[in-house]
Design a protein around this ligand. Structure first.
Ligand SMILES: *Cc1c(COP(=O)(O)O)cnc(C)c1O
Length: 459
């Protein structure tokens, strides 16, 4: 057996030929491939002492791994809020690996400037004020972690405590939220603020949106100095938006930090403009959004934005002489969690450049139209009920009394078919099915396929 010296490794020409075959096989499989593959199983194998070589990897990937991967990158995966990798971003992502830049600090390549411009373009895309700056993260969860940590830093500053330096044992704080995303709750835990120590603000009737009258009274009752409000734009089941204009007013009045989780809901702004449901998000202290959802770039890519970049720097600053930074701007490793960082900005930059605002808006609109088509069918059907009007790209529905199956069985059988994939949810205490459209590949005929299947299951 050969040892794997550089001489034995495949050339780029060889890799490209292999990749071409792989792309063809993947595309050919996409229609028939199971959309989700819960029965997958990897045969355990021990790590070998000998080099097996590149062709051995190809062979094992082709026989044991690829057949068991799901078509989540195709047009009929509608669980959670899952994007696909658009073709431009896919190509750009290949380049990310080819060049393999470490976007930790400026000075040794243009990569940091690309990330800076991509973030600026994101603020332009969503018509946010130019004061917002930020950093690209592994996803919205990491952006929410930054949101919690920067809020904590600011609350400390107001109390004369530099939390990044001395910790938060003397910190006085209270966190207010109505329907925070599960990742936001996790983020509060990671930031040391506690997964269970936030104040539950009431919701509007039949909605997951914050009752701002309740928020006003809870903020007024709170005697402590450090207040943090977590708002949603939008919630994952109801697609409900907090009244951000009112929430921001209250935050200003009570000197509370406002973090808005807009992971996918901020994209509504592309259709309805700054006066739509996200109105007021521009007043937030910090914002989370996801590019690997509705912008359809590959995983892993979220964005954290803040109007207080100095507080972000105070939170994440890396102070080590060997990291001397030749860039006038702050290096990204001092603005986020990681030191070494993937050049994840390139697929975003490429997508924004290639599609333009119009192209992205059109994609969002297509998904919204698809969600509405399904919602309208559900609403008119005997076998199903629409649990709430479709507000954007998420359809929330359940089996009606006339259906021969209950909701959980419908969902299980639907996903069992492997043709589509939806996820469960709870709506006002009732088990529901959530179907979220956010993939560039989805077409109306995919929605029709789901409708045929739902009709079959109901009768
Ligand atoms: C998806 C989502 C998250 C978590 O995002 P990841 O990218 O999976 O980490 C957070 N908040 C909201 C509202 C989301 O929809």
């Amino acid at each position: 057996m050969q040892s794997l010296t550089p001489r034995h490794l495949p050339t780029y020409e060889h890799l490209l030929a292999a990749l071409e075959q792989e792309c063809q096989a993947f595309n050919a499989s996409l229609d028939s491939r199971r959309v989700s593959n819960p029965a997958s199983c990897l045969v355990p194998r021990v790590l070998s002492e000998q080099s097996a070589g590149f062709e051995a990897f190809r062979q094992v990937f082709g026989t044991e791994i690829a057949p068991q991967l799901s078509a989540s990158n195709g047009g009929r995966y509608w669980g959670f809020v899952t994007g696909g990798a658009n073709p431009v971003a896919t190509y750009a992502d290949w380049l990310v690996t080819l060049y393999n830049q470490n976007v930790s600090k400026g000075g040794d390549s243009v990569a940091s400037q690309v990330e800076r411009q991509a973030i600026k373009w994101i603020t332009e895309l969503f018509e946010l004020p130019a004061v917002f700056e930020g950093v690209m993260t592994t996803g919205a969860t990491a952006a929410n972690v930054l949101g919690a940590m920067v809020a904590r830093q600011e609350v400390g500053r107001q109390q004369g405590i530099d939390v990044a330096k001395v910790g938060c044992k003397d910190l006085d704080y209270a966190v207010f939220a109505a329907t925070p995303h599960a990742s936001m709750v996790k983020a509060l835990g990671l930031a040391g603020l506690g997964q269970e120590s936030w104040v539950q603000v009431a919701c509007e009737p039949n909605s997951e949106a914050m009752d701002t009258i309740d928020l006003a009274s809870k903020l007024a009752e709170c005697r402590g100095p450090g207040k943090i409000v977590i708002a949603s734009a939008a919630t994952v089941t109801g697609t409900d938006y907090d009244d951000l204009v009112r929430v921001a007013q209250l935050c200003r009045q009570h000197q509370a930090w406002l973090h808005v989780d807009g992971a996918f809901g901020i994209f509504e702004r592309l259709l309805m403009g700054p006066q739509g449901k996200t109105q007021g998000i521009e007043l937030a202290d910090s914002i989370t959004l996801d590019c690997h959802k509705w912008l359809n770039v590959p995983y892993d890519c979220g964005v954290f934005l803040t109007r207080h970049p100095h507080t972000l720097l105070a939170t994440c600053n890396v102070d080590a002489p060997y990291l001397a930074n030749s860039d006038a701007e702050q290096p990204f490793m001092s603005l986020g969690i990681e030191n070494s960082r993937r050049f994840r900005a390139l697929p975003v930059w490429a997508t924004l450049l290639a599609y333009g605002k119009q192209g992205i808006r059109a994609q969002i609109q297509r998904n919204v139209d698809q969600a509405n088509a399904l919602a309208n069918w559900v609403n008119a059907s005997d076998g199903y009920e629409l649990n709430k009007p479709c507000a954007l790209n998420v359809v929330v529905f359940s089996a009606s009394d006339k259906n021969k199956l209950d909701t959980q069985t419908v969902l299980a059988q639907l996903n069992e078919s492997g043709q589509v994939f939806m996820t469960p949810g709870m709506w006002q205490g009732k088990a529901v099915i959530r179907c979220a459209f956010s993939n560039w590949r989805t077409e109306m005929q995919d929605v029709e396929l789901a409708i045929t299947e739902l009709a079959r299951l109901a009768s």
